[in-house]
Design a protein around this ligand. Structure first.
Ligand SMILES: NC(=O)c1ccc[n+]([C@@H]2O[C@H](COP(=O)([O-])OP(=O)(O)OC[C@H]3O[C@@H](n4cnc5c(N)ncnc54)[C@H](OP(=O)(O)O)[C@@H]3O)[C@@H](O)[C@H]2O)c1
Length: 263
């Protein structure tokens, strides 16, 4: 827990399941008060009843109204120490075959909501001189695969956005920290929501959400801007970044869109 006079507050989007819920449990154990954001009110109520000092905010972050409500919560929270932009989802199908509404909602959620909430948070954190923002990205940010174009693109944006903010914050001499957390396959409801059988992916590739969150919070303490949990994914991401587009084209073409490649 950071050394502040008040209990620090963490606002977590997508706290109703998976990685977001795990962030909520871990940060609560570390002494944070919580603001839990997602659409499923019942899930948030159950979690808030379990975790002391937690409030819920039911919001759809793919809508203007939802983002505005969470921005207001950030502005009205004088002790916000950590923002976790975690809410996200995947889609199936090639870009032009996929439902446009789903693609648009993904960009609104992964890009516009993360950008607006980060702006609201940094507006208060930078003058205060402390705080942090974790953007939950993906190893998908380091490459492209068929049927996953918007997902890879929005997560790549998230990494570039976070690295740019880090340059600005450090250039301004600020102690506020930002991080893009890039997990590989993680056990959560992500693939259930996507309607994909986890059995398509070998067991050794799966990370546990608590290991992902642990790596993220450790990385934040160390000032790491890009955090990739797990040795296999660190190596995989390093290789992907060195490949030519031609090589990536071959790797990103599973040939069978039924086989899931989203992370
Ligand atoms: N699981 C993986 O393999 C994996 C790998 C790499 C990165 N990630 C990233 O990790 C993040 C968390 O995913 P997860 O794996 O924990 O999946 P998850 O269990 O499905 O959780 C996704 C969360 O996002 C929330 N959410 C989705 N759409 C929303 C919206 N429009 N407004 C507000 N909240 C919304 C969901 O809550 P409601 O449905 O209640 O709104 C849920 O709490 C995502 O950004 C995902 O891209 C996941």
């Amino acid at each position: 827990m950071p050394a502040t006079e008040h209990r620090p507050v963490a606002l977590i989007t997508g706290a109703s399941s998976g990685i977001g819920e795990t962030f909520a449990r871990e940060l609560s154990a570390r002494g944070y008060d919580l603001i839990l954001v997602a659409r499923r009110a019942d899930r948030l109520h159950t979690l808030a009843a379990e975790l002391p000092h937690s409030d819920i905010l039911v919001a759809d972050l793919a809508t203007d109204e939802g983002v505005t409500a969470v921005e207001q919560a950030i502005v009205n929270c004088p002790h916000l120490e950590l923002l976790v932009n975690n809410a996200g989802f995947g889609t199936l199908k090639r870009f032009w075959e996929a439902d446009l509404d789903g693609q648009e909602r993904m960009h609104k959620l992964h890009v516009m909501a993360a950008m607006r909430l980060t702006h609201a948070a940094l507006g208060a954190m930078v003058p205060r001189g402390h705080g942090g923002v974790i953007n939950v990205s993906s190893v998908a940010a380091f490459g492209q695969t068929e049927g996953n174009v918007s997902y890879c693109a929005t997560k790549a944006w998230m990494n570039a956005f976070t690295q740019g903010l880090d340059i600005e914050l450090r250039g301004a001499g600020s102690a506020v920290r930002v991080q893009a957390l890039c997990p590989g396959y993680t056990l959560s409801e992500f693939h259930d929501t996507l309607g994909v059988d986890r059995g398509n992916i070998p067991g050794w590739m799966w990370l546990k959400a608590d290991a992902v969150v642990e790596a993220s919070l450790r990385g934040l303490e160390r000032g790491e801007v890009i955090v990739i949990p797990g040795a296999i994914y660190k190596v995989g991401a390093a290789i992907m970044q060195r490949l030519s587009h031609g090589m990536r084209r071959r790797i990103g073409k599973p040939g069978k869109l039924g086989k899931d490649k989203r992370v």
